[in-house]
Design a protein around this ligand. Structure first.
Ligand code: PEP
Ligand code: MG
Length: 324
C-alpha cells in the first residue's frame, strides 16, 4: 500500500467525476519545501510564518524575512504559496515578545497583535511583497479575523506596504489575499469576507476549539474535540456556501483536511482545495481519486441528518473500506 501511495503522489488529485481538488502542503520551515515537492504537493496552502520568528531571538528584519519568503515562493512558482501573516499568541509564544494573559486563546492573538503593532505587520507585508517580485504565486493569508473591521484595517496596511514599495520604484505584482475562517464569527461573515478578498481558508484546528468550547491542547477534554460534531459540519457547509455565493474559492488547511473520513464530507461541501501536513498528502489524494463529488454529496447529505459523531465516522469509514 505504501508503494501504491508513493506512486500516487505525482498523480493529479481529481475526483472520479472529473473535479480537480488541489492538495497543498502545510509548512513553516524552508526544510519543509523539498519533502512537499517530493510528496506531490500542488503548492503550499499554509506557510506558518511564525515558525521562522519562533526559532530566532529577536524579530527578523525585512531583508531577512524577504529571503525566506522568496525561497518558498520560488520553489513552487507558478504553483501557489500561501504565506500566512504572523500568528502568535494563544499557544504560540515568541521568547522575545512575551504575552501573559488569563485566557490566551481569547486574548491577544494573530491579527489582533499585528494590527496593534503596524510596524511589525508592515515589515512583514513589505518582506512578502518584495519576495514576490517577478513571480506570480504569492497568496497572503490573514489569521484570526473575527470582524469586517479587522479585515478592512489589514487590507489598508497591505495597500500601504505596496504603495511604499511602488514609491521606492519596486515592481510589485498584486498578491492574492485570503482570510482564515477559524473564529465562529467568521463563519457567519463568510460571504461578506469573501466579497472583499480572493479566497477563504478554514482553520479547523481553531474553529473546532471555538465552536465546541474545547481547548485544542487539553488532554482532559480531548474526547470532546471532534471535527465530525454536527455543529462543525453545519458551520463548514455554511462557510462554503458563503464563499461560493461571493464567487470565491474556499479551502481547508486545518488537520481535519488530513482525515480521510472528513475529506469525503469536504468534497461533498464543494471545498475547492485542501492543505495538509506532508505525511498525509498521498493519503488525501487517494481519497479524492477514489470518490466522485456526486457520491461525496450523497454521503454528506446522509451525515447531515445524523446526530452522533461516532455514527458519522462509522458510516464514512465504511465508505472508505468499500472504495478500496
Ligand atoms: C487552524 O487553526 O486550523 C490552523 C490551520 O492554524 P494553526 O493550527 O496554526 O492555528
Ligand atoms: Mg489557527
Amino acid at each position: 500500500l505504501a508503494e501504491g501511495l508513493q506512486a500516487l503522489a505525482q498523480e493529479p488529485a481529481i475526483t472520479q467525476d472529473g473535479c480537480e481538488v488541489p492538495v497543498y502542503a502545510n509548512g513553516g520551515l524552508l526544510a519543509d519545501i523539498a519533502p512537499s515537492i517530493q510528496s506531490g504537493a500542488d503548492g503550499i496552502g499554509l506557510y506558518r510564518t511564525e515558525v521562522p520568528f519562533m526559532i530566532r531571538d529577536r524579530f527578523p528584519g525585512e531583508e531577512e524575512q524577504s529571503e525566506i519568503y522568496r525561497e518558498a515562493l520560488m520553489s513552487f512558482n507558478p504553483r501557489p504559496v500561501t504565506l500566512r501573516t504572523l500568528d502568535v499568541g494563544g499557544d504560540k509564544a515568541l521568547p522575545y515578545f512575551p504575552v501573559v494573559e488569563d485566557n490566551p486563546f481569547l486574548g491577544w492573538r494573530g491579527i489582533r497583535i499585528t494590527l496593534d503593532h503596524p510596524e511589525i505587520f508592515l515589515t512583514q507585508l513589505r518582506a512578502m511583497l518584495r519576495a514576490s517580485q517577478g513571480l506570480t504565486n504569492l497568496h497572503i493569508l490573514f489569521p484570526m479575523i473575527s470582524s469586517l473591521g479587522e479585515l478592512k484595517d489589514a487590507l489598508q496596511l497591505l495597500q500601504r506596504a505596496r504603495d511604499e514599495l511602488l514609491d521606492e520604484q519596486h515592481v510589485i505584482p498584486l498578491p492574492k489575499v485570503g482570510v482564515m475562517v477559524e473564529v465562529p464569527s467568521a463563519v457567519y461573515l463568510a460571504e461578506a469576507l469573501a466579497r472583499r478578498v480572493d479566497f477563504l481558508s478554514v482553520g479547523t484546528n481553531d474553529l473546532v476549539q471555538y465552536l465546541l468550547a474545547v481547548d485544542r491542547n487539553n488532554a482532559r477534554v480531548a474526547d470532546l474535540y471532534n471535527a465530525l460534531h454536527p455543529a462543525v459540519l453545519h458551520a463548514l457547509a455554511h462557510a462554503a456556501r458563503g464563499a461560493h455565493q461571493a464567487g470565491k474559492p474556499i479551502s481547508v488547511c486545518g488537520e481535519m483536511a488530513a482525515d480521510p473520513a472528513s475529506v469525503i464530507l469536504l468534497l461533498g461541501m464543494e471545498i475547492d482545495a485542501l492543505s495538509v501536513n506532508v505525511a498525509s498528502l498521498s493519503r488525501v489524494k487517494w481519497v479524492i481519486r477514489s470518490f466522485s463529488r456526486a457520491r461525496a454529496r450523497e454521503l454528506l447529505t446522509q451525515c447531515m441528518t445524523m446526530e452522533d459523531p461516532a455514527a458519522i465516522r462509522a458510516l464514512l469509514n465504511n465508505a472508505l473500506v468499500q472504495a478500496g
